[in-house]
Design a binder for this molecule. Structure first.
Ligand code: ATP
Ligand code: MG
Length: 338
């Protein structure tokens, strides 16, 4: 982490009034200065920190309201993996035109809440993304967060699903309450994990209770909040739950033209090119059956290896070594078969 990152972190926590994280980040910053041999700055910051601690004297009293709020906040925070803002846009996603169209409408609706409400029309704000791994479900959720400029809470479903009776429903309610208060997006990855409750609990009513809780939470979801759930096992999800999503989008493995689009999109940012149209066609044929993620991974690795090789040969050509890339694709296919 560089100096700028430290400053950004400190600014964010300061503005969010998150004293605990602010202090932690300040300490990390002091450590950073120490390591970069700027001892003087480190000492100055440290004495500022000490002085502030002395003046505020704000140790939280156990049992005070503040203490309980802090505890509550910490408990809810454990239920999220991440809280984020996103810079991703639709242009970052290669996708079937029909699916793209649905995404565009979803974004448009959530950008036009006032208009829709004026005509007493409901906003579609519950979205299910399904399909194989590495085909852009998580990326699509970032795109929605970026296009709508909303904060996204990524839910840790592993932490939410509990073997304790009644606990899963309680956790889900906490998550939804928090996100609803802040007009944000709740992203529930691996939505199919809810199916685990069936295995955990001898009590067969528990699964029903959890499904009912989600249905209720969906019903009370404010129009200004959004739920996005993702899964690669749509068949594991309860029928009643499936029906409650306003939009259900399938993400698939890329076809030939989408493979090409992904390659061009990935190369757009860098200096490297594919040597010829024939080479490109060969690679595209070879990549059929692989996910977007796998294809992009082999391409980036091919670029890095080409770079090392050309530096060794002292001949920087900016042309990707196709046989290296081709080998990496075969290795990826082999690894996936295991
Ligand atoms: N449709 C796509 N368009 C462009 N890039 C993609 C696409 N799908 C995947 N990628 C690339 O692969 C990475 C991983 O994809 P992502 O995490 O969205 O997959 P996923 O469908 O959520 O997989 P999983 O089911 O394993 O969670 C993305 O960050 C992006 O770099
Ligand atoms: Mg994902």
């Amino acid at each position: 982490m560089g100096q700028i990152d430290h400053i950004k972190k400190i600014a964010r926590y300061g503005l969010e009034n998150d004293r605990e994280s602010l202090l932690k980040s300040l300490n990390e910053f002091i450590e950073f200065f120490r390591e970069s041999k700027k001892v003087n700055l480190a000492l100055q910051l440290q004495s500022l920190l000490k002085e502030s601690n002395r003046n505020s004297g704000n140790l939280t009293k156990v049992g005070s309201d503040h203490y309980f709020n802090q505890q509550n906040e910490r408990e809810t925070n454990d239920l999220f993996i991440d809280k984020l803002k996103s810079d991703y846009r639709l242009g970052n996603l290669v996708i079937d035109p029909e699916v793209k169209n649905e995404l565009i409408y979803f974004i448009k609706e959530n950008n036009s809440i006032d208009l829709l409400q004026k005509f007493e029309l409901p906003v579609s704000n519950k979205l299910l993304l399904h399909g194989p791994s590495g085909c852009g479900k998580t990326l699509a959720s970032y795109v929605i967060a970026g296009e709508l400029n909303k904060t996204m809470y990524v839910v840790n479903l592993g932490a939410i699903v509990s073997s304790k009776l009644g606990e899963t429903s309680k956790n889900l309610t906490k998550v939804f309450k928090k996100a609803a208060l802040e007009d944000s997006i709740i992203f529930i990855d691996e939505f199919d994990s809810l199916g685990k409750i069936r295995d955990y609990n001898q009590d067969h009513g528990e699964m029903k209770r959890v499904v009912n809780t989600i249905l209720q939470l969906f019903d009370y979801l404010p129009q200004s909040s959004i739920v996005i759930a993702a899964t690669n096992q749509e068949n594991m999800i309860d029928e009643a739950l499936l029906r409650r999503f306003d939009v259900n989008l399938e993400f698939s493995l890329p076809n030939k033209s989408q493979i090409e689009e992904l390659i061009q999109l990935t190369l757009k940012k860098g200096d490297f090119k594919i040597p010829s149209k024939t080479a490109l066609n060969k690679i595209i044929r070879q990549c059929e059956t692989l996910s977007y993620y796998s294809i992009q991974k082999t391409l980036i690795n091919a670029i890095k290896r080409t770079l090392f090789k050309q530096l060794d040969d002292k001949k920087l050509e900016h042309k990707i070594n196709i046989s290296v890339w081709s080998e990496l694709i075969e290795l990826e296919k082999k690894a996936l078969k295991k």
